[in-house]
Write a protein that binds this ligand. Structure first.
Ligand code: KG4
Ligand code: ZN
Length: 338
């Protein structure tokens, strides 16, 4: 089965073609980072407009790269939420139009189930059930993945997501938007012990919950007290700030893996591209004897190959959506394959 995936939930317009849920024939992403950089965050109306401009060229590019026409596509998968409704609607309407015009099956995909499915495109995906740490710009959750599209949330963030913590920290340091990758790069030459930042909710009583908003306030106080850092001081601050985020994520994940008795752990979402998080999680897995699965960095950030992969498994389980499929700003994680 050849699935066309479409994604426009935030600031990436993406189209991909995936065969049998495993083989990526094309994976095209048009990022809007330049559109939003001047504002230090995503401006919803500008995101919607950029998606409208990009959606058809991105779809065309995906078909060209795969060397196939729409007549070879068997089904369409599209992100239905959570996300910005005006942004989601663009790919959703395109998907509905193609499905209707071609008489193809259509399935709506939960964006986080998409992130969880990126690992299915790798040579050795984790067995079910497994533990997953989802760390994106909008979400931070520890979940038990029971099956495709069957997810039990163990805990989530009470305030900012991990990606938000990176982005807000980077903004405070004048590093632009989105700042996660910039902090990651600068931290490579910094000392993670240079500045002591709080490890929020690290105790056992808070179980699988996270909190990152206090961390950004600590950074603000630090910058107010010491001024905007440059050179080595900036690298040290980035490394210390990143270490505070990474340490809590890893500590909670290894604790949950032990408690749930799960020997396979995946990390997904944009922050899973972070080099320090990847290294620390792999080291924790080696110590605690769980296998760590992380998609390559380009499949951690938003893309449509993960949506096509998720769609493939939902379609295989019999899921179908009609022309009435709606975009959803918020959407609970699905408990059972639909
Ligand atoms: O999954 P994603 O592309 O979009 C959402 O679903 O939110 O995640 C975007 C987030 C942003 O906050 C971005 O700063 C962060 O992922 N990110 C990183 C890195 N690359 C992207 N954070 C830390 N280190 C990175 N290398
Ligand atoms: Zn995402």
């Amino acid at each position: 089965m050849r699935v066309l995936g479409l994604e426009s939930s935030c600031d990436e317009t993406a189209a991909a073609i995936v065969e049998d849920g495993r083989v990526v024939l094309a994976d095209v992403v048009a990022s809007q980072h330049e559109v939003h950089a001047a504002y230090g965050g995503v401006v919803p109306e500008l995101a919607s407009r950029a998606h409208v401009v990009n959606v058809i060229p991105v779809l065309r590019a995906a078909l060209d790269r795969a060397g196939c026409g729409l007549d070879t596509i068997d089904a369409i998968a599209v992100t239905r939420g959570p996300g910005l409704v005006g942004a989601l609607l663009v790919a959703l309407q395109a998907a509905k139009a193609i499905a209707w015009a071609r008489g193809l099956p259509l399935v709506g995909v939960h964006h986080l189930v998409g992130h969880l499915s990126a690992i299915q495109l790798e040579p050795s995906p984790p067995p079910m059930p497994h533990l997953a740490l989802i760390v994106s710009g909008g979400h931070t959750s520890l979940v038990r993945v029971e099956g495709h599209g069957d997810v039990v949330e163990l805990g989530a963030t009470r305030d900012d997501a991990a990606g938000e913590a990176f982005d807000k920290g980077a903004k405070l340091l004048g590093l632009g938007y989105p700042g996660g990758a910039v902090v990651d790069r600068l931290a490579k030459t910094g000392d993670p012990t240079a500045v002591k930042f709080p490890r929020a909710m690290a105790g056992r009583d808070t179980r699988d919950e996270f909190s990152f908003s206090g961390l950004k306030t600590s950074l603000l106080h630090h910058v107010r007290a010491h001024g905007q850092p440059e050179g080595q001081a900036l690298a040290d601050l980035c490394a210390s700030y990143q270490a505070a985020i990474v340490e809590v994520l890893v500590r909670k994940t290894r604790r949950a893996a032990r408690r749930e008795g799960l020997a396979h752990v995946q990390v997904c979402g944009g922050v899973a591209a972070n080099s320090a998080l990847r290294a620390a999680m792999i080291a924790a897995g080696a110590e605690d004897e769980f296998t760590v699965h992380v998609p390559p960095p380009v499949r951690c950030t938003d893309n449509a190959a993960m949506i096509a992969a998720a769609g493939h498994h939902l379609l295989a389980a019999g899921a179908r959506d009609g022309i009435e499929l709606e975009a959803a700003a918020t959407l609970p994680l699905p408990r059972r394959a639909a």
